[in-house]
Design a protein around this ligand. Structure first.
Ligand code: FMN
Length: 489
């Protein structure tokens, strides 16, 4: 048996008593998941904020028989609605999803986003960053719930993204009573609908997110996934839902080996992020794509997050080629040390104004005020009372803009680019080294996805043969698009 035989996925292999069946990409993952979401392949592109998870990604994934989520976080509602228009026009019949990100500081925004999705018929969301459930999430999930032929039908689905058991438990449980009561009081649900809602999980599907780009708890994939699979089984046994609960895997997925491992461990689907930002269709800039293509395994670092700066929450970002992490950490250290901007020693202040802000604190405060006046004036009222909050808003000017400079590819701010990225990127670069995918110009989300799925099938066949004492070389580099087309049809 040769390497070439192994690569021909559709042909079963026989050597003496050893046997390997055909293993094709559409067999990977959970068949019920594929059916319910009308997908051909159990491969998802996770949302990426500020439209980095672009409509181009969502449309390309849909056309490729996969699923992409639009990165609505950080965007104004009218921008999100434009994205809905674009996706619904481009792929009216195909599956797609939008991000519903928890905004603890802006609850009105979360509620408005849900109303927008309901109004515009967005029937699938990726719900992320939740620590606890909220009324808008339950409103979305239960809207329009009804019975058809004796089965419960929910027009809206949630794929939750979690890294903690407590949060996963809430998503895999029926909606909390207090929210159902409130929705009935507000006239959104009838008592019959409440009755039905008690029999469904808030999310049928949960993505177990291990160490990833952006917000992350840095959990190891190898321990998180089995933990959530066990939780899935426990809660399915407890609630006996009509449709069984499912768990997918994310965080570090970037090579055929990691895809094969995730499916082997029992993931219903895989979800990628960092490697999609590095693709042509992402809403990032060519300058960032070039930096990402040079990243190695250890070129990522945790740095303070703009949205939860005061709470000390971190995000994982690219370290190589940018000073963002270092500078953002410095700002957090100053925030912890001093009660106000005025208390920062003069030398320190001048240094910051010269290198990082490139303007005086007063000038930055002017811009900050203009921003919050339209977005959330309560922030300014608080800043007037609390000098430390004013300092936080000024520092967050830098944390907020640094990701926008990166997205726009602003050449004057390259050293300040904030690029969310996980160790997946280095693994992907390593795997593609020496192939046509080493060049970022050739990276497209579906090409990348197909290669990972194809490679995972080859490795799965190799593993089956190895168990029977037959060793076959399974090294598989990226295939070009025409060869992929013959595998994927
Ligand atoms: C640039 C970037 C932005 C992201 N923004 C979001 C976001 O707004 N909402 C969200 O749910 N996940 C976000 N994520 C997480 C991804 O959707 C995905 O879960 C994660 O990247 C998977 O791990 P990986 O980076 O190791 O592939 C982001 C990831 C990256 C790399």
């Amino acid at each position: 048996m040769t390497h070439e035989d192994l690569l021909d996925l559709r042909r079963p292999l026989q050597m003496g008593t050893a046997f390997a069946p055909a293993v094709c990409p559409d067999q990977l993952g959970d068949a019920g998941f594929l059916h319910d979401h009308r997908l051909r392949y159990a491969y998802l592109a996770g949302a990426m904020a500020n439209g980095i998870g672009s409509t181009d990604i969502v449309v390309a994934m849909a056309r490729g028989g996969m699923l992409g989520f639009f990165g609505a976080a950080g965007l104004a509602l009218d921008r999100v609605e434009q994205a809905i228009d674009r996706v619904q026009t481009a792929v009216p019949q195909l599956p797609y999803g939008f991000n519903l990100i928890h905004s603890p500081h802006e609850p009105k925004l979360e509620a408005a986003l849900v109303e927008l999705y309901l109004r515009r018929g967005v029937h699938l969301v990726e719900a992320s960053a939740f620590l606890d459930l909220t009324l808008p999430v339950i409103r979305y999930r239960t809207a329009g719930i009804h019975l058809a032929n004796g089965r419960i039908v929910t027009p809206n689905r949630i794929i939750g993204k979690v890294s903690r058991v407590e949060v996963a438990t809430r998503f895999f449980s029926p909606p909390p009573e207090r929210y159902l009561t409130e929705l009935m009081r507000q006239g959104h649900l009838t008592s019959e609908q409440v009755e039905l809602a008690r029999r469904i999980p808030v999310a049928q599907d949960l993505t177990a997110e291990a160490d990833s780009g952006g917000h992350t708890d840095n959990r190891p994939f190898i321990t998180l996934l089995p933990t959530l699979l066990a939780l899935r089984d426990r809660l399915q046994q407890q609630y006996r839902y009509e449709t069984p609960l499912r768990v997918g895997a994310a965080g570090g997925i970037a090579t055929p080996a990691s895809v094969a491992a995730a499916f082997q461990m029992g993931a219903a689907y895989v979800l990628t992020g960092s490697i999609n930002q590095a693709c042509r269709e992402s809403g990032s800039s060519d300058a960032v794509r070039e930096m990402l293509a040079a990243a190695e395994q250890a070129d990522v670092i945790m740095a303070p997050a703009a949205d939860m700066f005061e709470m000390g929450v971190n995000v994982q970002v690219l370290k190589r080629g940018t000073m963002f992490a270092l500078r953002a950490r410095k700002l957090y250290e100053l925030y912890r040390t001093y009660p106000s901007l005025e208390a920062i020693p003069t030398a320190e202040r001048s240094q910051l104004e010269k290198t990082l802000f490139r303007a005086t604190f007063d000038e930055i405060w002017e811009q900050t005020q203009a921003f919050w006046k339209s977005r959330d004036p309560a922030q300014l009222e608080r800043a007037a009372q609390e000098p430390k909050h004013r300092m936080s808003l000024v520092f967050r000017w830098y944390l907020g803009l640094s990701s926008r400079w990166a997205n726009a590819g602003d050449p004057t701010r390259k050293v300040d680019y904030q690029v969310w990225c996980g160790p997946a990127m280095g693994a992907f670069n390593e795997w593609t080294r020496g192939s046509y995918l080493e060049d970022w110009r050739n990276r497209r989300v579906v090409t990348v996805a197909r290669n990972l799925l194809y490679g995972a099938c080859v490795l799965t066949r190799q593993a089956i043969l190895r168990l029977q004492g037959v060793e076959v070389d399974a090294r598989v580099g990226p295939l070009d698009e025409s060869r992929l087309a013959t595998v994927f049809g």
